[in-house]
Design a protein around this ligand. Structure first.
Ligand SMILES: Nc1nc2c(c(=O)[nH]1)N[C@H]1C(S)=C(S)[C@@H](COP(=O)(O)OP(=O)(O)OC[C@H]3O[C@@H](n4cnc5c(N)ncnc54)[C@H](O)[C@@H]3O)O[C@H]1N2
Ligand code: MOO
Length: 401
């Protein structure tokens, strides 16, 4: 058995980078930028007003003074009229500031007569003007390379007049379940059978991470059938097998793939759940042999497959730092396997997160996995921990509080 950190380092070493494609900015959310996104224009593109009011010369706009309205310049309709001494231009939020003006006087601070205004409260020079390029300047990096684009990144790139972005193509991940007992959801379940829940669960996880999962029909527990089901899968970017990873007489994945040319890097790690995890390369394609217990398959995918996909996608952050929470219960000293305890999270009145691991941590139990908010991380040989101690957690997207 090797340590978790070493196993992860081995999986992440020398993974190939995915190829490039160009997508429209409207389709770019969730995609990983392969190059910096550079602003093609500044924002704002010109000095503009932040309020509805009047463009004035601050030196003229003293309280009580009267200014002549010489033009109106709605947003999108800049005026060439210059603001001279004793003059102002009517404008609105987003209007380009006409030349000669150096401040915007909001309309609440004037009394409007026919063609003039009386200043009730004087603006300081520069008031309510958004200077050209205040947000970002032409030529500036608005989204760095290696970032999985969010809706906010799409917004800033669009504002920068960038219609297309160069991204890494989505990784294609094959998922092959194995086992005579596996039936597909909705199928008749044979005697002694169970539903193959892992493939759809992992497909959903991978899709959320930006990958294209491909579910292969389950293989029977024979070397021949596993070889048949896995034939040609090296055309994918990553292959995940499910089940048949342990030491039983019908745990044949390693042998079957070995016959197909799999180069095994490691098998078995000091981790719970996930001890029988296997990793190797099939003609260069990384293959992660996941244990069949659904929680083990899920946790191993979070710990190994997701960082591997980030690495192949050229993401700058491959391993996110764990979050912190306080333990809501005492925990015994840990043994030699790095543990991942399914736990709920709650907040106290000061907003501090508390993690409550479930009493039963069986790696076959899907209901607590679905109900949990986080995995509490217990390194190998961690000493006993008391309630209130801070622990590391991998937090999932949804919280119960
Ligand atoms: N003598 C030992 N037995 C086991 C050991 C061990 O060290 N010595 N390790 C245990 C651990 S830890 C794990 S994890 C499991 C992993 O076993 P396999 O990877 O060989 O998986 P299977 O035996 O095929 O299945 C285990 C379990 O999961 C169910 N399963 C399998 N595939 C699916 C699926 N696609 N969807 C839902 N459920 C699935 C299967 O029916 C079994 O109940 O080995 C322990 N044994
Ligand atoms: O490593 Mo296994 O996943 O504990 O059940």
């Amino acid at each position: 058995m090797i340590e978790l950190s070493e196993a992860r380092a081995r999986v992440l070493s020398s993974l190939p980078l995915l190829g490039l494609e160009t997508v429209s900015i409207a389709d770019a959310s969730g995609r990983v930028t392969a190059t910096h996104v550079i602003a093609r224009m500044s924002n704002p593109p010109a000095d503009v007003s932040a309020m509805d009011g009047y463009a004035v010369r601050a030196a003229d706009a003293l309280a009580g003074s009267v200014l002549r309205v010489v033009a109106e310049a709605p947003a999108g309709h800049p005026t060439s009229t210059k603001v001279g001494p004793g003059e102002c231009v009517r404008l609105f939020t987003g209007s380009v500031i006409p030349s000669g003006a150096d401040a915007v006087l909001i309309q609440e601070n004037v009394s409007r007569e026919e063609n003039s205004i009386t200043v009730n409260a004087e603006p300081r020079s520069g008031a309510f003007i958004r200077p050209q390029g205040q947000d970002f300047a032409k030529g500036q990096v608005v989204v760095p390379a290696g970032r999985r684009m969010t809706a906010r990144d799409v917004g800033v790139a669009a504002a920068a007049n960038v219609p297309w972005v160069t991204v890494r193509r989505r990784p294609r991940v094959a998922i092959v379940s194995t086992g005579d007992e596996i039936a597909l959801p909705g199928e008749p379940v044979p005697p002694g059978g169970i539903i193959g829940s892992v493939a759809p669960m992992l497909a959903a996880l991978l899709r959320e991470a930006g990958a294209e999962p491909v579910m292969i029909p389950p293989a029977r527990d024979t070397v021949e059938d596993i070889r048949r089901a896995t034939q040609g899968l090296e055309s994918h970017d990553l292959v995940l097998t499910v089940g048949g990873a342990s030491v039983g007489a019908y745990d044949l994945v390693k042998d079957a793939l070995g016959q197909s040319g799999l180069n095994v890097d490691f098998w078995k790690i000091a981790m719970r759940p996930g001890k029988p995890l296997m990793f190797g390369r099939l003609r260069g394609t990384p293959v992660i042999g996941l244990p069949g217990n659904p929680v083990a398959a899920f946790v191993c995918s979070v710990v190994f497959a997701l960082p591997a996909l980030r690495s192949m996608s050229g993401q700058s952050v491959i391993e996110e730092l764990p979050h912190k929470a306080r333990l809501a219960i005492d925990l015994d000293a840990n043994d030699s396997r790095f543990d991942h305890l399914r736990a709920t999270l709650s907040r106290d009145e000061e907003g501090v997160l508390w993690a409550t691991p479930f009493a039963k941590q069986d790696s076959g139990m899907l209901a607590p996995l679905a109900a949990c908010d986080a995995l509490v991380l217990r390194p190998a040989h961690a000493p006993a921990a008391n309630r209130g101690e801070v622990c590391d957690i991998i937090r999932f997207g949804r919280m119960s509080d």
